[in-house]
Every structure is written in structure tokens, then in C-alpha cells.
Design a protein around this ligand. Structure first.
Ligand code: HEC
Length: 167
């Protein structure tokens, strides 16, 4: 790094003099990034209309679910315990129609980049499909599977997708 005695690259030495300001800038950006994380709008797969996703009576929220509803990010992604739980739940509730590896059976594939509903590509979008249901055999799971468990199922499906090299 050129010292102050060698102002050869003036933009860089100016940056060095402003290091304090730059650091403050980074902190502000990080803060803004956290504050601007977008609250997801859950939409019905048929018409994109916003849907509410209330907990059923007696159902408890969790920190992960709260974070998801604030940011659209699924905190269970890549978490080994949650993925193990998600696999169990997937095997119990989903694999009969979507296949053990999620590549589809009588229901469509849940992995790869081709979806019946484009919103399935995001975790908030997939959550809304599972919550609200879609056509025919794809019935609403609202009230049947706790929302926190739906998040774990989605994390598991995404993990299988990565292993397949699809995304
Ligand atoms: C009884 C069969 C059945 C079960 C059980 C089932 N699904 Fe489905 N699923 C379907 C069918 C059929 C569709 C296609 C619906 C349509 O085209 O509207 C579908 C569609 C979907 C879609 C949209 C896919 C896309 O390409 O946009 C998602 C996401 C999904 N299912 C997730 C799940 C999850 C997660 C579970 C377990 C909690 C589950 N499904 C359980 C039959 C099923």
C-alpha cells in the first residue's frame, strides 16, 4: 500500500485520507440494507392477488417465521437440523405427489427453473402456493401444516434442488 509520502495513485490516497468517512459509509449501507430488506407480499398462485397468512388458533410463531415474514428470507436454508426436519415433513406430506427427490410425479417437479407458477421460484412464492393451494390435488395446507414446518419443507426442497445442480 503506498504510504502518504508516495501519492502516486491520487484517487487511492484520497480514499485513504477519507478512510474514516468510508467506514462510516459502510456502516450506513449495512444498516440501510437491513432496514430495507423487503417485507414479502404473499400472493395467490392463480391471480397474484395478495393473501393473508394468519396463524391458526393456537399456532405459535417462531423467530424464523417472524424473520421470514419480515424479509422473505428463509432462515432454515442450509441449517442441518431444519433440513432433517424438513425432509421428514416432506416425506410425510409431499413426496407422494412430488416424488422423493422432488422431481415430480402426479404433481409437478419442485426443482429446477421451470415452474407452473413463476412465484414458486422464491421461498415466499412457494410458501404462498403451499399455504393457499393451487389446482386439483394441490390443496391448501393452511392449518394442516404449521407455517414454521412449511418453511422447513421449503428449505429442504431448495437443498435438494442445489444437489441436483439446478440452481
Ligand atoms: C395429492 C397430491 C399432492 C400433494 C400431497 C402435494 N402436492 Fe403440491 N402439487 C400437486 C399438483 C397436482 C400441483 C399442480 C397444481 C396446479 O397446476 O395448479 C402441485 C403444485 C405444487 C406447487 C407449485 C409448483 C410449480 O411448478 O409452480 C408447489 C410449490 C407444491 N405443489 C408444493 C407442495 C408441497 C411443499 C407439498 C407438501 C407440503 C405438496 N405440494 C403436496 C399435488 C400435490
Amino acid at each position: 500500500m503506498p504510504g502518504p509520502a508516495m501519492p502516486v495513485f491520487s484517487p487511492r490516497s484520497r480514499a485513504a485520507r477519507c478512510a474514516h468517512g468510508l467506514l462510516a459509509g459502510v456502516a450506513v449501507t449495512a444498516f440501510a440494507g437491513a432496514a430495507l430488506a423487503e417485507k414479502p407480499v404473499f400472493t395467490h398462485p392463480f391471480d397474484g392477488a395478495p393473501i393473508d397468512t394468519p396463524l391458526k388458533a393456537g399456532e405459535k410463531s417462531t423467530p424464523a417465521l417472524e424473520k421470514f415474514k419480515e424479509t422473505g428470507e428463509n432462515p432454515y436454508r442450509g441449517q442441518p437440523d431444519a433440513l432433517a426436519a424438513g425432509k421428514k415433513l416432506y416425506d410425510e406430506w409431499c413426496q407422494v405427489c412430488h416424488a422423493a427427490d422432488a422431481t415430480g410425479k402426479m404433481g409437478p417437479s419442485l426443482v429446477g427453473n421451470k415452474h407452473v407458477y413463476a412465484q414458486t421460484a422464491t421461498d415466499a412464492g412457494m410458501f404462498a402456493v403451499v399455504y393457499a393451494g393451487a389446482s386439483g390435488a394441490m390443496q391448501s395446507f393452511a392449518g394442516r401444516i404449521p407455517q414454521d414446518d412449511i418453511l422447513k419443507i421449503i428449505a429442504y426442497v431448495r437443498s435438494v434442488d442445489k444437489q441436483a445442480g439446478a440452481r
